[in-house]
Design a protein around this ligand. Structure first.
Ligand SMILES: [Zn+2]
Length: 80
């Protein structure tokens, strides 16, 4: 996973039409905010910081940015 270093998350969010999500951790109940930009090959997204419960309890949301990824996206069923 790649983390863009100089990205303001609000710019990132509007640039890629992402939504910052808030909620409670299913493990500890702590409030979670997805305000950390991240980039995967062909995808851009937001994640929450690891607050101590491990990567499986961080939240991630992301979108495909390339046509190839969009085609793949359409044929994928994602469970998160
Ligand atoms: Zn937690």
């Amino acid at each position: 996973m790649l983390f863009p270093l100089e990205q303001d998350y609000l710019n990132w969010t509007s640039k890629y039409n992402l939504r910052v999500k808030t909620g409670s951790c299913l493990c500890c109940g702590k409030e979670i905010v997805t305000d950390v930009p991240f980039a995967l090959k062909g995808y851009r997204g937001l994640k929450s910081e690891d607050h101590g419960c491990g990567e499986e309890f961080t939240w991630k949301s992301f979108k495909p940015i390339g046509q190839k990824e969009k085609d793949t996206w359409d044929s994928l069923t994602i469970s998160m």
